[in-house]
Design a protein. Structure first.
Ligand SMILES: NC(=O)c1ccc[n+]([C@@H]2O[C@H](COP(=O)([O-])OP(=O)(O)OC[C@H]3O[C@@H](n4cnc5c(N)ncnc54)[C@H](OP(=O)(O)O)[C@@H]3O)[C@@H](O)[C@H]2O)c1
Length: 368
């Protein structure tokens, strides 16, 4: 059975009740696939990247009917059993015309024009629009904690299509606004923090379990009390499909864990999960910055523009049922996945600090 945009608005009231159940949950994630009572037709824009396939697996596992839309470049043939519409967010949305879906999940848009064009073409043909944004909208993260109504970054030229570290967050914020205006009663904007877990193409989280498994003296950045947040890709995908089923509307930060996590606890948990024998040496943030290490993968000292980066308020998402698995489970699964990769891929991590540079900094720190 499917539903129209009007149905979606009507059932939003029920979503509040469903969300209340989520608020009582333990906050632990499980991989159980619960068949949906009301299977939906779901269009996923960009379903073959990393988050997308996790959404696809969750949605299909619950009996929803999924259609993909992409250019056919990334992981072609990943889901041969699903219908894939070929097109390009940049200039070719023809294959979306004349079709209807209950909900569209927009993973692939990074600029407002892409969202504007999709919403114009899809119009009343979809009931709800789910836009994957980012906590990057809050950059500069000048306050803490940052809730969904916190200030978002702005940009001098809102028409720019150059996506980089300086423009990414503000362009996501502008893109969110397009989705809200096009679907004022049924939009969902999800703002994930750093996404982590198996199959991460960036190695930002992967660095930590891999490095801890290697052992020896290990550089731990900043202060043991520095906060750190992330979201396991599987928990994020489950949460998003839950939100869709709840017909929830609004903007949601998606970060974990539920309770605040310090770098000391983070490294202890990751180390325990991979049976690490590494010995941590905490190196002061100023000392690191003098050596051009302002970030270590996604750690940054909680000050200046990055004060609130790992102090995002995720309570609204938890109240709507977000479950965040223990970081130890993410670490162990990520290392297991990494160890299945071929030697060439494993030889050099895409993020983190190379061993020789780490050793140089540790030697300088010891000699200070
Ligand atoms: N990684 C993080 O830590 C993080 C944190 C916060 C938010 N996010 C957001 O999470 C989302 C990530 O989703 P993801 O990992 O699944 O995917 P992704 O890697 O960003 O996107 C890849 C998908 O989009 C499609 N695509 C790319 N360019 C396209 C175009 N011009 N036209 C049509 N399709 C296009 C790709 O297929 P083809 O190449 O075949 O077209 C593929 O299916 C992004 O919106 C990102 O900004 C990420």
């Amino acid at each position: 059975m499917s539903f129209t945009r009007r149905d979606f608005v009507r059932t939003s009231a029920l979503a509040g009740a469903a969300a209340g159940l989520g608020a009582c949950s333990s906050g632990d994630a499980s991989d159980e696939a619960t068949p949906a009572a009301d299977p939906l037709r779901v269009l996923i824009l960009g379903g073959t990247g990393w988050l997308g396939p996790n959404q696809v697996r969750t949605a299909v596992g619950r009996g929803h009917e999924v259609t993909l839309f992409n250019r056919g470049r990334r992981n072609p043939g990943m889901f041969p059993e699903l219908e894939t519409l070929i097109g390009d967010r940049n200039d070719n949305l023809e294959s979306l015309r004349g079709r209807t879906w209950d909900v569209v999940i927009d993973n692939s848009a990074t600029i407002p024009r892409w969202v504007r064009q999709s919403t114009e073409v899809l119009g009343d043909s979809v009931g709800a629009y789910v836009f994957v944004s980012s906590v990057g909208v809050y950059l500069p993260y000048l306050t803490a904690p940052l809730a969904e109504d916190g200030p978002v970054g702005t940009i001098d030229d809102p028409t720019t299509e150059e996506v980089n570290g300086a423009t990414y967050g503000a362009l996501k914020a502008l893109s969110e606004e397009v989705a809200r205006q096009a679907y004022p009663d049924t939009y969902q904007v999800v703002r994930p923090g750093y996404i982590v877990g198996p199959e991460d193409p960036t190695d930002r989280f992967t660095y930590w379990p891999v490095r801890m498994a290697r052992g020896g003296e290990m550089l731990a950045p900043g202060s043991p009390s520095d906060p750190i947040q992330q979201i396991d890709v599987r928990d994020l995908a489950t949460f998003m499909i839950d939100l869709v089923e709840q017909r929830a509307t609004g903007t949601f930060n998606a970060v974990g864990p539920r309770e605040s996590l310090s770098m000391a606890r983070f490294l202890e948990s990751v180390g325990g999960a991979v049976e690490s024998e590494a010995e941590l040496t905490w190196v002061d943030a100023d000392f690191l910055e003098e050596r051009d290490v302002s970030f270590l993968t996604y750690w940054a000292p909680p000050r200046g523009d990055y004060l609130g980066m790992h102090q995002i308020d995720g309570s609204k998402a938890f109240a709507h049922g977000l479950r965040s698995r223990p970081i130890a489970e993410t670490a162990s699964d990520t290392l297991d996945w990494f160890n299945t990769l071929d030697e060439e891929r494993r030889a050099e991590l895409r993020s983190g600090i190379p061993a020789d540079r780490e050793a140089d900094i540790l030697a300088a720190w010891a000699a200070r």
